[in-house]
Design a protein around this ligand. Structure first.
Ligand SMILES: [Zn+2]
Length: 88
């Protein structure tokens, strides 16, 4: 389906520009135990449904349910479903 490919391609190129254009969309997650901040890259925020890391200060394993990536995934599923309805 050519229409879907063109749409998907636009999304892909937007994500490939990520390092240049999404740089400021990273976030700092605080360790729940000691409060140490850990920088999470925009790419991880967009892609990892659950962000898991070991605190660099107290070595606690931090598991963060990533609402950002979960929202993006839900939106992508919606877009894909809507594209499926389009007859080209
Ligand atoms: Zn910690």
């Amino acid at each position: 389906m050519a229409g879907a490919d063109a749409y998907g391609g636009a999304y892909d190129s937007a994500f490939e520009q990520g390092p240049e254009h999404m740089r400021d969309y990273g976030a700092e997650l605080a360790c729940p135990k000691c409060g140490q901040l850990h920088y999470i890259s925009p790419r991880r925020l967009q892609a990892d449904l659950r962000i898991i890391f070991n605190c660099s200060s107290c070595a606690t394993e931090v598991v963060h349910e990533n609402a950002v990536a979960q929202a993006i995934a839900a939106r992508m599923a919606t877009i894909r479903r809507e594209l499926g309805k389009i007859k080209v």
